[in-house]
Structures are given as structure tokens and as C-alpha cells.
Design a protein. Structure first.
Length: 325
């Protein structure tokens, strides 16, 4: 019988709680708001929901093999402590892992959310049966998870390996949200691209992008996509630069890790070939032909459901890494 797993996915605006099994069958899930929340209030609520999901499925918490927490960083990953995530400033030094282990009475783990996305695709999605692959989140920001030789790569004690969005593509480039210049994310992350458009078009209220958005604060990647499809010259140039920088970064990852697969997240599957085809055209300029030929580049299979599997996948990987549990 497949082991039961519990997952918690902590996002900047929502928290997902899910119950499933190690084969990816979801037995229940619920989402709650997480905007300017107090962890002293929200953590007991998360635990109550988890207990309710178990009761609704006709099982006891003690029947669940493990839980997994998918969480934004910065965090003390080793000890499972949240350290004021960017979008949840009141969650400062929250010992969520110890709290949940104590309250639930079952084993559990704490993982970086991008790593959990990689684990979800590995166990239940586009990277099934791969031993070497990279998952790239491609949405508001750029993040990543790396599986090499059948193991999730975490690196040392500081933060977590896989900060793919913060490799430097141009030391003289735009300033990134992280404080560095020319990061991959500063060229291709949704928030960074939207900020750039607002700056560059601030004195052009009649530009196509401004007309599509209606107001500067509504400019986003969807605005850029629509303007690109309509053939706007500014949008075409920016889209092409974004493809070039995506290819530059992905080419580096291929040469460094020699993966079997690279799984691309939100923007790739949401936009489709308009997004991925230009990347593929530029890619040969940035990696060796042999490695490129051996690497399959695909879109996420789980797509917008990936959050439902993130914590559950972390729990499954915890049991994989700790077979004595």
C-alpha cells in the first residue's frame, strides 16, 4: 500500500495544504490566504486543516508517513526556521519544522520552494525516471532545483544550492532585487522585466504597452506578450533580448551540469512556443553541441498544480533520503 504524505506549500499570498500518497494521488487539499499574516495565528490554522484533511480521508495523522514543508527563502534550512521571507515580513525566525513535528507527532522536513518544485516534477511530473535534471521556475523571479546522480543538490549550510536566477550574465547590467548587477533574474524575471518597462516607457504614455496595460502599475509579462504578438517594435526587441539571456543562462547550466533534462516553469508553458522557440534558436551559441543534443528541454508537466505536489514531493524525498523512517 502506498504511504500517505502531508504537504504544506507556503507562498507569498497563499498557503496550500495537501494530503496524498507517494504515487502522487491527491486525497484532499485546501488553500488559505497568506497576506500580512501572523504566524502565531496561521500555523495553528495550518495544523487544524491538516488534521481535517486526514479526518475527511478516514485516516489518522499517525497513519501518515511524513510531512514536507515547501517554503520561501531566506531560511535556516538545516533547522527549518523561516527568516523573514520577502513577502511575509512578520514570519521572522519562525521554527516551523520543530513546531509541526511536535504538534503532528510524525517525521517531517523543510525545503526551499524551488527545490520542492524540482522534486514534484521528479516524482510526479516531467522529470520522472531522470537521474540528472534541472527545474527552472520562470515566473515573478527565476529560481531552480538541481537533481544530480539521483539526489537533490542542496550545497552547504548557507541558504540552498540552485539559486539559478542569480548567476551574473552581465556585471554592468541592471541592478537585481538581490543587490547584484546583471543577474539572470534581472533580465528575465517577470517582476524585473515589468519594472524595466515602467522605467523605459515612463515618458511614453501613448506606447502600445502603456495603452494595453491602461496604467503603469498594471504593466506585466502578459502586457509584453500581447504587445509582442501585435508586432510592437519595443516589445519585439525586449522579447528578443529576454530570449537571448534565457539561452545564455540555460546554455551555462547545460555545460556545467550535463543534465538529461531541463524542465521550464510558468512562463514557458503559459506562453508556449512564442517563448521557447527563440530560446532554442539562440541556445547553440551558449553550449556544446554534444551536451545540447543529449539534453531534452521540456515544459513543466504539473503546471499550475505544482504547488499541490510540492510539499508532498518533499515528504517523499525525505523518506527516500532517510529509508529508516
Amino acid at each position: 500500500m502506498a504511504r500517505l504524505l502531508l504537504g504544506f506549500d507556503i507562498g507569498g499570498t497563499k498557503i496550500g495544504i495537501g494530503l496524498g500518497d507517494e504515487n502522487g494521488k491527491l486525497m484532499g487539499q485546501k488553500r488559505i490566504d497568506n497576506i500580512d499574516t501572523d504566524p502565531g495565528v496561521i500555523l495553528p490554522q495550518m495544523l487544524d486543516i491538516a488534521r481535517g484533511l486526514a479526518a475527511d480521508a478516514g485516516v489518522k495523522i499517525a497513519d501518515i508517513a511524513a510531512f514536507g514543508i515547501s517554503a520561501p527563502f531566506p531560511a535556516d534550512a538545516r533547522n527549518g526556521i523561516l527568516l523573514a521571507p520577502t513577502n511575509n515580513k512578520r514570519w521572522n525566525n519562525v521554527p516551523i519544522l520543530d513546531t509541526f513535528r511536535r504538534e503532528l507527532g510524525i517525521p517531517g522536513c523543510f525545503e526551499n520552494d524551488a527545490n520542492c518544485g524540482a522534486l514534484a516534477e521528479w516524482y510526479f511530473g516531467a522529470a520522472r525516471n531522470c537521474r540528472d535534471f534541472i527545474y527552472l521556475t520562470m515566473s515573478t523571479g527565476i529560481g531552480g532545483g538541481i537533481v544530480a546522480n539521483g539526489k537533490l543538490i542542496r550545497g552547504g549550510n548557507s541558504l540552498s544550492a540552485g539559486e539559478m536566477g542569480h548567476i551574473c550574465l552581465d556585471p554592468n547590467g541592471r541592478k537585481c532585487n538581490c543587490g547584484q548587477r546583471g543577474c539572470y533574474e534581472s533580465f528575465c524575471g517577470g517582476r524585473a522585466v515589468a519594472d524595466r518597462m515602467r522605467e523605459e516607457l515612463a515618458d511614453q504614455p501613448d506606447s502600445r504597452i502603456m495603452r494595453i496595460a491602461g496604467s503603469p502599475e498594471k504593466i506585466d509579462m502578459r502586457t509584453l506578450e500581447q504587445a509582442m504578438r501585435e508586432g510592437d517594435a519595443y516589445a519585439v526587441r525586449l522579447w528578443d533580448e529576454m530570449a537571448f539571456r534565457n539561452a545564455q543562462a540555460i546554455g551555462m547550466f547545460i555545460n556545467i551540469f550535463n543534465p538529461e533534462k531541463i524542465v521550464l516553469g510558468t512562463l514557458a508553458w503559459a506562453v508556449g512556443k512564442l517563448y521557447t522557440d527563440p530560446i532554442m534558436e539562440y541556445l547553440p551559441r551558449f553550449c556544446w553541441r554534444q551536451m545540447r543534443g543529449d539534453c531534452e528541454i521540456v515544459c513543466s508537466e504539473l503546471r499550475r498544480d505544482i504547488g499541490s505536489y510540492a510539499g508532498i514531493a518533499a515528504a517523499r524525498n525525505y523518506l527516500y533520503e532517510n529509508p529508516e523512517r
